[in-house]
Design a protein around this ligand. Sequence first.
Ligand code: FRU
Length: 488
Amino acid sequence: MPDGPAPRPLLHFAPERNWMNDPNGLVFHKGRYHLFYQCNPDGVTHAHLSWGHASSTDLVTWAHHPVAIRDDEDGEIFSGSVVIDHGNTSGFGTADAPALIALYTLASREPDRQSQALAYSTDDGMTWTKYPGNPVLDRGTTDFRDPKVFRYEGPEGSYWVMVAVEALDRQVLLHRSDDLIHWTFLSSFGPERAVDGIWECPDLFSLAVDGDPSDVRWVLLISLNPGGIAGGSGTQYVIGHFDGVTFTADADATGEEIDWLDYGRDCYAGVTFDGLAREERTLIAWMSNWDYVHSLHHTEGPLQHGMMTLPRRLSLVRADGRLRLRQRPVSAPVAEETVVADAVVGALTVVAELLEAARISVRIDTQDAAGFALSLRCDAAGEGGVVLSYDRDARELRLDRTAEGAAVHESFPSVEQMPVTGGPLVDLVIWLDRASVEVFADGGTRVLTDLLAPQQGSSFAVQGIGGDVRVERIAVAGAVPVAAEELV
Ligand code: FRU
């Protein structure tokens, strides 16, 4: 390994040091996006869980802040959420200067117990005080966790709702409160659909279908581990209705089929920001998998500390006669696009000098072929690298990272599969970073996120399978360096 600081991802949030897992307490407040996250302040292992903190005005440039909420003798600070207490319902702020309220899981060992606890901040999230009456919601169980709180305004009234999981029971539990301190049970959801792993990190929010405010549905996100579509950690979503008490899945929205937020191996524990308008609902997920994350933290380089996915704006769209969640990256530090291939017909097109990080937009016509293979980070002859292929008959995209990462962990090399609408013409947007790839297909209703082992080659190639393909267009927008913000 060369001396000097390890190369960091260029487009993705990564902590400056130590261990990171789930995003926590995502909140947009006074013009800043706050990202708290599971961290170990003292090392690169999953221990001493506390909340790290960063903030940004544009979701691109992040300022790193001191650890926000630290573990103590009562237990570790597991995942949770933050809301702005506008009405000062808790009494921890004032009507003019609302407090930020964090609800998190207090995970104690003696006794083995997980309960929900509260901390408040009266300085816009910079310092936090744990509520002396913690915990605020305790069921006396060992795996009750990951509270996501939101303000419900509807026919039933206006109050706080918390969704959390009884992880081992594969159940999402809903509670309500008027003051964020006293909670009463509303209802539960599950177990159903994907249940081959414990349920974690739920989120519940409303979105308008095709932007129509008169057709609003609710989306329940449930991360599960293992049992994800690509193996190990994954996230399913359920579209339905929430009447202020009960979440009910819509029969017409999803049927019995399981809907997956992401078909890759490295998109987990994703939750959305509080404090944004419905049409700005934005998700950030942890870009990793519990199958091998413990090994990643012992590597050097961009995988070491973990990273988050690009922030993704969510919407609901009707596609193929059913509703789907659409994800679109909000913003990222990339330059103007350069068209690197334009109407090229042939068996093999090689584009050299692929940037380390870039947004790559491709449009390929497979009219005279059975599909194509797109190699990222391959050598100048088109060999090696990560291969994204399209199988027209199977209507499937595959991402093959088997050439990478056997040294990282035995279960790291893998081939992911993602169903797509299909047809001869394929449009993809691929976000490549130093150690990750995010593929957006079908307009963002199909997404595949994978970590990658450190880069091998620096070319990319498109090759027809079963015939020549016509590369209508390949456009690349390379990453531009962003300076870290000053600490605020
Ligand atoms: C999900 C998770 C959560 C828990 C946290 C602990 O990755 O297991 O359920 O709160 O991580 O770090």
